[in-house]
Design a protein around this ligand. Structure first.
Ligand code: 5GP
Ligand code: MN
Length: 322
């Protein structure tokens, strides 16, 4: 049966498990990877067998985290009795790995998305948490697992990336208190900042150059749209993950209230990233297309060409006409 549950119950389930499989969401970001690794490192400390399984490439900006614990295929000797989905609002966010949830004795869903559909047996959804990393920090405290520099680095990465470096209004006093505590463990803030934000591949900047040429404004400049095609990625020899974050350039334009990045995954499948600044709730727009996320940052996937996807998305923002 599906239930919302406390972190104490989640801690009990994890303590009762032997082999724990941790699943970050598809198209992984700093929160899902940082949170998953912090949880894995903590579980290892208390003698659990823990594995992280992903199905997409982890962005190169996260290379400084202990990615050696992350597998792209489940090792043969791993038969999980507990599965933990991290930072995923629905089963689609787990991609093909959603099937594993059918076979495990216990399933846990730890997340902070308002659109979470409570797909596991034990669901802990805290929409006030700035990042899933903030929930993981609390969970480790409940489990009396001592944080160390490596765990602190992973949680810091989750918090920093999901708050836009502590700028977005999901950032709370608690977020800052947790962060202050993390800094006590001696993490190397300069190194983390350089690796996360000041270490962009040259090709990413070349891609930005291509993508900026596609900028469109609609609804008297309240909606901005950028497009990334596979041709652009190939032309500048960029990696598909180099498109991550480019939507922020569309958002940060004067007068823009909502921003869109259309990314061609294939000629007939388009990933849509959505951002807003003030009142526009882009999670509702994403949900209309089967996606989800947060009020000011959400996403969905549309079938069809990038032109068709663009038309549908522009229509979905018709409320900006007022
Ligand atoms: P991004 O644009 O950075 O990929 O995603 C922004 C936010 O929207 C993240 O919190 C992410 O979890 C959420 N998100 C992006 N795409 C999807 C999607 O297809 N489905 C759901 N449920 N959430 C999404
Ligand atoms: Mn998150």
């Amino acid at each position: 049966m599906k239930t919302m549950t406390t972190l104490t119950n989640i801690a009990d389930v994890l303590n009762g498990g032997k082999c724990i499989l941790i699943l970050p969401h598809i198209h992984p970001d700093g929160d899902t990877i940082g949170s998953s690794l912090a949880l894995l490192l903590a579980l290892k400390k208390i003698g659990k067998k823990a594995t992280i399984l992903v199905e997409d490439e982890v962005p190169s900006s996260l290379d400084f985290l202990p990615l050696e614990y992350i597998y792209h295929e489940l090792p043969q000797d791993v038969c999980p009795d507990v599965i933990v989905a991290v930072d995923s609002s629905d089963l689609d966010r787990l991609g093909t790995r959603a099937d594993y949830l059918k076979h495990a004795a216990r399933t846990i869903n730890i997340d902070h998305h308002i659109t979470n559909v409570q797909f596991a047996e034990y669901n802990h959804i805290d929409v006030k948490a700035a990042a899933t990393g903030e929930i993981i920090y609390e969970l480790l405290q409940k489990m009396n697992i001592a944080i160390d520099k490596e765990i602190a680095t992973c949680i810091y990465c989750a918090l920093s990336t999901d708050t836009g470096s502590f700028k977005y209004d999901n950032t709370t006093a608690k977020t800052h208190r947790v962060t202050a505590d993390l800094l006590e463990y001696g993490l190397d803030l300069n190194e983390i900042t350089v690796r996360l934000y000041q270490n962009k591949p040259y090709e990413k900047l070349k891609l930005l150059g291509e993508v900026l040429n596609t900028l469109e404004l609609h609804y008297a400049g309240k909606l901005s749209i950028l497009s990334v095609t596979q041709d652009m990625i190939e032309k500048v020899k960029a990696d598909p993950t180099d498109a991550d974050g480019l939507v922020e350039f569309a958002r940060d334009i004067e007068g823009v209230e909502a921003a869109v990045l259309l990314k061609e995954l294939s000629p007939a499948e388009i990933k849509v990233g959505l951002r807003s600044k003030y009142k526009v709730d882009v999670s509702k727009v994403a949900a209309d297309f089967g996606g989800g996320g947060h009020r000011k940052a959400s996403g969905c996937t549309l079938q069809g060409s990038i032109q068709e996807a663009g038309k549908q998305i522009i229509k979905a923002f018709k409320f900006l006409e007022r």
